[in-house]
Design a protein around this ligand. Structure first.
Ligand SMILES: [Zn+2]
Ligand SMILES: [Zn+2]
Length: 132
């Protein structure tokens, strides 16, 4: 069971099942949405995620996706891609134990800020993750 939530605690979640696609995204939209140089995400099946109390507010951030955030404190919490309606991405840094997971690759590295030096040895993709 993975639990987490926003900074103020109004939005909380519990995810069962096995997380997958642990990734750090360096795209400009994740940068803007999180206010951070890049965003670490993990994915769970939507059916395996429960919101405890308030659900996040959602924002259509592009033709491809909606992003969720706490309506009170603004913490970035979710990414829901239209291409994968059964999946939901959660902000790894919102976990109560954020060291429970680690990113397995970096995506959109072509958009990475030049002063970010990646030394974790996991694969880097210029855009989206390679299929499979
Ligand atoms: Zn909050
Ligand atoms: Zn991104």
């Amino acid at each position: 069971m993975l639990t987490g939530g926003c900074l103020c605690g109004q939005v909380r979640y519990a995810a069962t099942g096995v997380p997958f696609h642990e990734t750090a995204c360096h795209c400009g939209q994740c940068r803007r949405a999180t206010g951070a140089p890049f965003a670490a995400w993990f994915t769970v099946k939507r059916a395996e995620l429960r919101w405890l109390g308030a659900a996040p507010q959602r924002f259509v951030s592009s033709v491809r996706a909606e992003r969720g955030f706490c309506p009170q404190c603004g913490s970035s919490l979710t990414y829901e891609g239209r291409a994968h309606p059964d999946d939901i991405d959660l902000a790894m840094a919102s976990l109560d134990a954020p060291d429970a997971l680690a990113v397995k690759d970096h995506i959109y590295v072509a958009d990475k800020l030049p002063w970010v030096r990646l030394a974790d040895g996991v694969p880097q993709y210029p855009g989206e993750r390679a299929a499979g």
